[in-house]
Design a protein around this ligand. Structure first.
Ligand code: PMT
Length: 407
């Protein structure tokens, strides 16, 4: 039985020429066992008849909010509640804008506001519309709220332009939906992944400490995605308000020294080590046993260097281990990331320019570049930390398999 068997996918079809591709997508999803409930906008109906989707999905198609099909339920709430996933393909700039603004003036937008299910958006529009700052800002807003995007392709557009804006192919969207439900099991099956997350806490006295802005989101997203890909995952984390993802074994730590001990004692059992934590480079030379009293007009803190955990891992690692570091930079990202990669003997490093909007500490999104010993491998546009995590893990799984001579 496939992973889509019995899953309810609410498919929003917006008014663009790519609406015809949504018919092929409906067919694929239905054949895979999914229950596909189609909502079309009024403009979508100009391109493809609802009967096409009704025939392919074997369910009523919803267009008008007030055209209730079943008196026992309120359709947009019922659809919103029943969805395992809401997918908008193709998504126009208009629908993306409405979703970003929280507007509900038709069947699709009201359903989107009411649903608690994950929302995936596959945009399709003219290249200049796609690049328009208003559209980009709306997409960034949605990304921060956890909406996932299936990026449009580049090529000949129906409007005559060549560029980015073409709806991803139905096969691609189908594969992404399938991956969402199965998390590509097997790609990391049998592997033990050790992830670090969050910032460390360096005590000054019983009530004060030095720390940083790391929320743990990047590392937790990596841990969650690694479990979905079949790995056994240990997450060594500094203090974080986040819920531990299901299936992840949490090892809570406070200081860089605690993290070092927790990581090094588990190094031998780990095949993939990913250091997303923001570890303090320095700690107070002395930790006062009692609360430091206010006395003089100034107070000088002496800090001493913490051990560099990643560098130690780089020295200790065996040929069977794959090590990924992170580099949080505010300038000269390529240069600093490559320097850290080489100095700390990593297989990959993820560079994030934390001065960029939507990148780095605290938020749900990141803007990253992956590097290996030869230089830049991939530069990713702004996307959710889960998408970054999945792409990083897929790259790591591919490289590990290649190194083991599996592919
Ligand atoms: O947690 P979030 O709010 O989601 O934010 C994510 C993040 C910005 C923290 C994350 O994306 C990130 O960049 N993590 C690494 C931050 C960092 O400390 O970078 P660095 O350039 O200072 O360190 C480089 C690498 O060495 C890192 O892998 C770090 O874990 C490691 N390191 C650093 C110092 C030290 N003493 N020991 C280490 O292991």
């Amino acid at each position: 039985m496939g992973v889509l068997q019995g899953k309810t996918i609410v498919l929003g079809v917006c008014g663009g020429i790519a609406a015809y591709k949504a018919a092929a997508l409906t067919s694929k999803l239905t054949q895979a066992g999914a229950v596909v409930r189609v909502i079309m906008t009024r403009s979508a109906v100009q391109f493809v008849a609802p009967l096409t989707f009704q025939t392919l999905s074997r369910h009523h198609v919803f267009v008008d909010t007030f055209d209730e099909k079943d008196p026992a339920v309120v359709s947009h709430i019922n659809l919103a509640d029943s969805a395992d996933l809401v997918l908008i393909a193709p998504a126009t700039a208009n629908t993306i804008g409405k979703l970003a603004l929280g507007l509900g003036d038709d069947m699709l937008s009201t359903t989107l506001l009411a649903t608690m299910a994950p929302i995936w958006v596959a945009p399709a529009m003219n290249v200049h519309m796609y690049a328009n700052p208003a559209v980009q800002t709306n997409m960034e807003t949605l990304l921060r709220r956890g909406v996932r995007f299936i990026e449009p392709g580049e090529g000949q557009l129906a409007c005559g332009y060549v560029g980015k804006g073409r709806l991803a192919e139905p096969e691609e969207i189908f594969a992404a939906v399938e991956r969402h439900f199965q998390g590509e099991p097997g790609r990391l099956a049998g592997k033990h992944v050790l992830v670090t997350a969050g910032g460390t806490v360096e005590r000054l006295d019983p009530v004060r400490y030095l720390t940083n802005d790391s929320s743990g989101k990047m590392g937790y997203a990596i841990a969650e995605e690694a479990v979905r890909m079949g790995a056994k995952v240990t997450l060594v984390s500094g203090p974080s308000a986040l819920t531990v993802p299901e299936g992840v074994q949490l090892v809570p730590v406070q200081s860089a020294l605690d993290m070092r001990e927790a990581v090094l004692s588990r190094l031998g059992e780990s095949q993939l080590i990913i250091k997303a934590a923001a570890v303090a480079d320095y700690r107070p030379a002395v930790v006062a046993e009692q609360k430091i009293k206010k006395k003089a007009d100034s107070l000088t803190l002496e800090l001493i260097k913490n051990p560099d955990i990643l560098q130690e891992i780089g020295t200790l690692k065996t040929k069977k281990q794959f090590v990924i570091g992170f580099a949080a930079e505010t300038e000269a990202l390529d240069e600093h990331a490559m320097d850290k990669l080489k100095r700390k003997n990593c297989d990959l490093i993820v560079g994030n320019d934390v001065s960029q909007v939507g990148a780095g500490f605290g938020g749900d999104t990141n803007v990253v570049r992956f590097y290996d010993q030869n230089g830049l491998v991939q530069a990713l546009p702004i996307q959710s930390k889960w998408d970054v995590a999945r792409k990083l893990l897929e790259l790591a799984a591919e490289r590990m398999a290649a190194a083991a001579g599996e592919s």
